[in-house]
Design a protein around this ligand. Sequence first.
Ligand code: UDP
Length: 472
Amino acid sequence: MKLVVCIPFYLGKFVCERERERQMEKEGGRRWPLVVLTTSPFHGHMTPTLQLATALHAKGFSIAIAHSKLNPPDPSNHPDFIFLPLSDNLSAIDVSSSFTGFIQDLNTNCRPSFREHLIRLTSEQNRGDKSMVVIYDHLMFFAGAVAMDLNLVAILFRSCSAAYYRACLARQQLHQQGKFLEQDFVMQDMVPNHHPLRYKDLPYSKSPIEDWKQRVAIFSQEPHPSAIICNTVKFLEHEVLSQTHQHHQVPFFAVGPLHKIAPSPPTNFLEEDTSCITWLDKQAPKSVIYVSFGSLATLDSKVLVEMAWGLAKSNQSFLWAVRPGSVCGFEWIEFLLEAFRDEIRGRGLIVKWAPQKEVLAHLAVGGFWSHCGWNSTLESISEGVPLICQPFIVDQMANARYVSYIWKIGLELEVLERGEMESMIRRLMVDEEGEEMRLKVAKMKEIIKDSVQNGGSSHDSLEGLVGFILSS
Ligand code: UDP
């Protein structure tokens, strides 16, 4: 007769981890710390955090993920991780009224349960002060403060570009000088001493000044981290990275693009429509423009109609991911006219959520019309796809500026009208201008490939991070 011993799911994980730890102790004569990563409920943050966790796990660390109950990650995708739900008391991501207000609530509400988890983990696993390290998302800065309070090493993880960091510093400096981005600034002008940023590229440049003041107040609670991890690549942002390094004077680890370092299961909150890959298989090489504005951006139905007709009139094939609820006042795209559908039949496909990384890697895709969220930007460059940039909020303007002005691998869309859109699509997909960008970004793709290989900058940075955690 077989004796079946049922170990509860979570205890099972602890047993496995203990086993692994014992093994490591035997091998290396020392204990490897448990790495606790906190992730915010935003899709674009959770994905790289889980990728970083996967990379560190592959190096030998045990991993715990602290997350809000709102938009939790799926534990079944990461059976080796411990998951620590935080009581957030939030019912939905509502950044339409106030992004900063949402971040404040997130930080205030999650703090007590995070502290409890850390105290419990320390005592349960009988770990000393130095055997646990916290890596916290920059929007979840409460976790850094709690860690320091408990004498643990706290490392900041910035999932956005270094360029955005620079844009924040520029905005902060203007604020300190009493200069607020209101009528007295011409948005197209360059910000003095912050080449290549224009006033319009700074965060909150289109929001009421009160929003920025609230952000400054909230982020003044940010602790000073022991080190900073960035999801970027040295060759892309070398100059900005060294400036931010100088500013912070703590070790900096540029370990991106994380999706190439540690591909991990998707963290989708929507189901991927994989039928678009079959559709792409039937299209000619580099003939399709992929359009998507990520997981958060919302737009006016008038703009969507302009986009629809811009795409239709460009005569190019397109794959368009329109997230349900992303068009203000509508469930999806039910308001698009039959005439548009007739016009695009056979050469346009609209889905709700695409397997984006697979789409960008597909031979048929020759361009990406994007909001320039940092994940999308990195994913596009990593696959050698040039962009049309239509940024909306926060970091997207700075990313778009680097794409179009510094790296010259994309066009900036400034006028949201169908004629302009049609012409941009053709410039990117048909004209020589677009071909030059495609060649440039193809070279960047190769450099990225090298940077994540043995001896490459991101590979070495990750090794450096491992060493830093072990010596902390
Ligand atoms: N994404 C996807 N399918 C879609 C749209 C987006 O898988 O139809 C993924 C995309 O690959 C990226 C993330 O969603 O990893 C969006 O992150 P990004 O930082 O670009 O923008 P955010 O959603 O944070 O605004």
